[in-house]
Ligand binder design. Structure first.
Ligand SMILES: Cc1cc2nc3c(=O)[nH]c(=O)nc-3n(C[C@H](O)[C@H](O)[C@H](O)COP(=O)(O)O)c2cc1C
Length: 232
């Protein structure tokens, strides 16, 4: 990676560190703050009937070496259930203002418990309560019922909430531990495409692939990236 000028086009001799390029793009989009959630990405899962589904999550860590990204969710949600039975996934970032798209494919595994604990502890208590309070992806009859459920679970955690609200009755910030059904996933990349918008739809595209082989519960051994320029 060099400077911004280099980022406007992919060089003919393709770089061998595409995850670093993507990471630099994410950092640039974050610094520019042109959108509320520059770290938002679409994550795809596939169910037992081979039906794909997509939704936005926030990329909370992008680790170019050895090459995975992290998002957090409810482990009982639809996406988590599908990714657990079929861990093949795809992620997509689109930074419209920059004319850039990053497509990543790979294998999803759960983050180490200690990493999820650390991240959960860094969140505000309201979000922490939300993780306990919502059975993500399950049906519920009304918003009122959802709020009542969250308040009930807050009471179970020992929180003192004002009548009918999710406001604390005192200023003491409660300590809430991570629910066992909530935590991180790592998407380990075995393919990545960088796309840069070009004039007259002559865009720059290149796709890199590599082999990843599971070496432990949450780690993979990786081969070097091999890149190919693609027609737009
Ligand atoms: C900007 C944005 C950020 C989101 N971030 C997350 C997230 O980090 N984790 C999450 O579980 N859901 C997040 N969501 C909600 C998901 O898109 C989705 O509604 C939810 O995870 C349930 O998906 P599922 O039923 O397919 O599992 C986000 C939605 C938006 C629009």
């Amino acid at each position: 990676m060099t400077d911004n000028e280099t980022l406007e086009r992919l060089p003919d001799s393709l770089p061998d560190d595409p995850m670093h390029w993507a990471d630099a793009w994410l950092k640039e989009a974050t610094a520019a703050a042109l959108q509320t959630n520059p770290n938002s990405m679409i994550i795809v899962s596939v169910d037992a009937n081979e039906q794909p589904s997509a939704r936005v999550v926030l990329c909370k860590e992008f680790v170019p070496d050895p090459g995975y990204l992290v998002f957090y969710t409810n482990y009982q949600s639809r996406k988590a259930r599908e990714l657990t039975s079929n861990p093949k996934s795809a992620a997509l970032f689109h930074w419209d203002a920059f004319g850039r798209q990053v497509r990543i494919e790979g294998i999803v595994v759960r983050s180490p418990e200690a990493e999820s604990d650390r991240y959960f502890a860094s969140r505000g208590w309201g979000s922490q309560l939300g993780a306990w309070g919502s059975d993500q992806s399950e049906a519920i009859d009304s918003k009122e019922q959802l709020v009542a459920q969250i308040r009930q679970r807050g009471a179970n955690l020992g929180l003192s909430l004002a009548d009918g609200t999710q406001q604390l009755t005192n200023d003491t910030i409660p300590e809430i531990s991570r629910p066992p059904h909530w935590g991180g996933f790592r998407l380990w990349a075995n393919a990545i495409e960088l796309w840069i918008s070009g004039e007259d739809r002559i865009h720059d595209r290149a796709r890199w692939t590599r082999d990843i082989v599971r070496s432990s519960e949450d780690r993979f051994a990786t081969t070097p990236w091999s890149g190919t320029r693609l027609q737009p």
